[in-house]
Design a protein. Structure first.
Lengths: 82, 195
């Protein structure tokens, strides 16, 4: 039997839904809600996309990634070992 | 040379071995520091702070955790500390972008495009999106920022991300979820197309 969930309940369960960690019955309830609720469907689509969008946008370009100069500067600021 | 051998040599004060050791993790470390501080310059400074601390404390590394976990933890702390020091003016928290519901538990606002996060990459230039999202990460409350950066952006296994933050896996998931909600809402407004 399908349980009627509110949008708030669905959004609260979204991470577990996306990661496939919900019990089968709860998953059915969430899927039923998503079929019938446009805003939640759109919301879930954006939620799924968010980690990838932020990850791709905020990465470090390969050319800028050598830490050798930075490491050398850090070690220069090191007091000599006694 | 293996990581273990590099650690032994670095612990004996070998700066070259330390540099080689750090370089094994360089892309991850730099991205981590930039994402936590919100810009390239502060990220590099924070990482430099972290490397100084790591070199000083290397003798205390006993190998109970992975070396990368140990180094990431130091970098997280250094980046959050620098972010606090560098804060010039209070920025509004990203919490304003959390979803809102009416008394019946339904979405309060359905007049905005809720799919912004899924479509934004084609709409905004990469350069602009990078600048906006780094600034947005800096506006996340600290506990959520560290969790989402380690888990979603650095893609560390949950157990490792939780260990770095000293919290359990359930708390980590809760924080990551909340951070995703804020970032998702923020992306809607960047995509910004009222229906």
């Amino acid at each position: 039997m399908i349980r009627t969930l509110t949008c708030r309940q669905v959004i609260a369960a979204l991470m577990d839904y996306v990661d496939d960690r919900l019990a089968a019955s709860t998953r059915r309830d969430v899927e039923h809600h998503l079929k019938t609720c446009g805003p939640c469907r759109d919301f879930a689509q954006g939620y799924r996309a968010t980690p990838g969008v932020v990850r791709r946008a905020t990465g470090v370009p390969r050319a800028a990634s050598s830490l050798r100069p930075l490491c050398a500067r850090a070690l220069k600021r090191q007091p000599p070992r006694s | 040379m293996s990581e273990r051998a590099l650690i032994r040599r670095a612990q004996a004060g070998d700066a070259v071995a330390f540099t080689d050791l750090v370089c094994l993790h360089q892309r991850g470390l730099l991205a981590l520091a930039i994402r936590l501080t919100g810009n390239d310059a502060d990220g590099e400074e924070a990482l430099q702070d972290a490397l100084i601390i790591a070199f000083r404390r290397l003798s205390t590394f006993r190998g109970e955790a992975r070396f990368s976990t140990w180094l990431y933890r130091i970098t997280v702390n250094a980046a959050l500390a620098r972010r606090k020091r560098a804060r010039r003016r209070a920025m509004p928290s990203l919490e304003e972008f959390l979803p809102q519901f009416n008394a019946a538990g339904r979405h309060k606002r359905i007049d905005v495009d809720l799919t912004g996060a899924a479509t934004i990459e084609g709409r905004v230039s990469r350069r602009e999106l990078r600048a906006r999202l780094l600034a947005a990460l800096a506006r996340l409350p600290e506990r959520y920022r560290a969790a989402v950066v380690l888990s979603d952006l650095q893609e560390l296994p949950s157990r490792e991300a939780a260990a770095i933050l000293g919290i359990d896996a359930a708390a980590l998931r809760q924080r990551v979820h909340r951070a995703r909600l804020m970032l998702r809402g923020y992306l809607d407004t960047v995509a910004g197309r009222p229906r």
